[in-house]
Design a protein around this ligand. Structure first.
Ligand SMILES: Nc1ncnc2c1ncn2[C@@H]1O[C@H](COP(=O)(O)OP(=O)(O)OP(=O)(O)O)[C@@H](O)[C@H]1O
Length: 525
């Protein structure tokens, strides 16, 4: 791809000690219309950088008087704005990872593929090719669809960025001041750290692995990275890896050609092509089967994909972000996740902490969420939480994290019907409110529990027998039901199913044991 027709004046510094390679890079880049200088060593490059600034620095990793990392560190220390691209020896993934961690925008591997070289430089300068997929992936839902409380069965959710423009600018798109980053509420130290990491990693192409429990906001963080990056005007394609049937994975990811298999009546693009120029967010990456992990690794390394039934690979320019609630390191140790892929995806890790670890964020997140819900429902002004409601929320452990808080507020808004949401509207059973322990029994229950004591170890030889067997068994049942409900975000159908009970049986038992429905009812009849 030659992009020189639209090339504005970008200046580049190319650092390599091999004169032949310098000439090759020089010829390639001059043909693209860039202004160019070259240097053969770290000291030569530093001398030039001290004299003037460039749009980007392209440096070999191994130099006679130091390493490309020295240049990266210098740029970082000086707060310089040059984008840095690093050329590493073939097979030295460690170097590439190190360079990305040190702030490189992207890296190339020797021998350098010149087509890829031109693309990566253009991408660093924000001269991304327009992304106009002619055919979109098969399971595209409507634009901007919000994720429901439970993960849908149909997974892939390629969604164009809100900032997507039909004709991208040839120059670096300024990071969007609004977008997902502004939706990420919370002033806790943990969230401030997440926010500053987002801003930092948005500048590069480095893969980012988002780690955190379900509902903590990993996808929102991924969107924030995208929205704050030079790719903001391109697509953000979100894919739930765990919800795609194994036999469809390859076709969904890489697309297919007409006639590739029965039912392939037309050419179709995959997620990689749909995200070309933009960001591909692979949610629940830990659920990807091993065979597909190898194919994904290859696509990331080669920056090209081969649609099912196609003969040749086609280049793609995609930034990959991934997320998991699993401990991927442990998955690697258990041979369920490829170590080399883990290594590639985990260049930078952002941990999104569970809400209970940043409970001080609840008021601000609630305010944001209530404003959004009210706006969507055409309600004005947005309702507010009373002090009693706030203090009740502060005593809840939110096993379902921010998503659970959202559901709870949705429900409370419907119940309150007014401008204020009070503690009662939240429907949080007292038994679940405890500063220290989720699911602790309330004071009344504790009294009953003492009567039924000693609880769970009564079956051990020599243990004291319960004074009231019926009461004791009720308490055991109650505690199990509560645990199952918490685990299933108060969805009674799911909680019941996990215990081998129908919804009817679950309702009956909950009523008998005076367990409040809590979040129950979502998606149930
Ligand atoms: N800090 C926050 N401020 C406001 N809303 C938030 C925040 N974090 C998450 N949310 C909202 O909570 C919901 C769940 O977030 P998200 O889908 O990003 O979580 P997730 O970690 O990706 O979940 P899962 O692992 O189940 O995919 C979304 O509607 C999101 O907009």
């Amino acid at each position: 791809m030659s992009t020189n027709a639209a090339a504005p004046s970008f200046s580049l510094l190319v650092v390599d000690d091999e004169p032949d390679l310098r000439t090759l890079y020089e010829l390639t880049l001059l043909r693209e219309g860039y202004e160019l200088e070259t240097a053969g060593s770290v000291s030569d490059a530093l001398a030039r950088l001290q004299r003037r600034s460039y749009s980007a620095v392209i440096t070999d990793m191994r130099l006679p008087d130091g390493s490309g990392l020295d240049l990266l560190n210098w740029l970082e220390q000086q707060g310089r704005r040059e984008k840095a691209l690093v050329i590493t020896a073939f097979g030295s993934a460690e170097n590439a990872v190190e360079a990305l961690k040190a702030g490189a925008y992207d890296y190339l591997t020797k021998p350098v593929d010149l087509r890829q070289f031109r693309l990566v430089v253009a991408s660093a300068l924000g001269r991304l090719p327009p992304t106009q997929p002619s055919v979109v992936p098969a399971q595209l839902p409507a634009e901007g669809v919000e994720k429901p409380a439970a993960k849908p069965a149909a997974a892939p959710r390629p969604v164009p960025s809100p900032a997507q423009a039909p004709t991208p600018s040839p120059v670096a798109a300024p990071a969007a001041p609004v977008g997902a980053l502004s939706r990420l509420a919370g002033g806790s130290a943990a969230m401030q750290q997440v926010r500053s990491l987002i801003e930092k990693v948005a500048r590069s192409m480095a893969p980012v692995l988002l780690q955190g429990e379900s509902g903590t906001g990993k996808e929102l963080v991924a969107r924030a990275i995208h929205d704050s990056s030079a790719r903001a005007r391109q697509r953000f394609v979100a894919v739930n890896c765990g919800a795609i049937p194994e036999q469809l994975l390859e076709a969904e990811f890489f697309g297919y050609r007409k006639g590739a298999f029965t039912g392939a009546n037309e050419d179709r693009e995959g997620f990689f092509q749909a995200a070309d120029g933009g960001t591909l967010f692979l949610d629940e990456i830990g659920d990807l089967p091993l065979a597909m992990q190898s194919k994904l690794l290859r696509a990331i390394q080669e920056r090209s994909v081969r649609p099912v039934g196609a003969v040749v690979e086609a280049p793609v320019n995609v930034r990959v972000l991934s997320a998991t609630h699993k401990d991927l390191g442990a998955e690697v140790a258990a041979n369920r996740f490829r170590q080399d892929l883990f290594y590639r995806l985990n260049v930078i890790q952002i941990r999104v902490p569970p809400l209970r670890e940043r409970i001080e964020d609840v008021p601000l997140i609630s305010e944001h969420v209530l404003e959004r819900i009210a706006r969507d429902a055409g309600v004005s002004p947005a309702p507010r939480l009373t002090a009693a409601a706030q203090s009740q929320l502060a005593r809840y452990a939110f096993p379902g994290n921010v998503r659970e808080l959202e559901n709870l507020l949705h429900r409370a808004l419907a119940l309150s019907g007014g401008e204020l949401i009070d503690a009662d509207d939240l429907g949080l059973p007292e038994s679940l409110l405890d500063d220290s322990q989720l699911g602790a029994l309330d004071p009344l229950d504790e009294a009953r529990s003492r009567a039924a004591a000693p609880a769970l170890d009564a079956d051990k030889a020599g243990a004291e027998l319960p004074q009231d067997l019926a009461l004791y068994l009720d308490e055991v049942e109650r505690s199990i039901l509560l645990r199952a409900l918490e685990r299933h975000r108060f969805n009674r159908t799911a909680a019941g199913a996990s215990l081998g009970l129908s919804l009817r049986q679950m309702r009956y038992r909950m009523a008998r044991l005076a367990i409040s429905a809590g979040e129950g009812g979502a998606g149930e009849s």
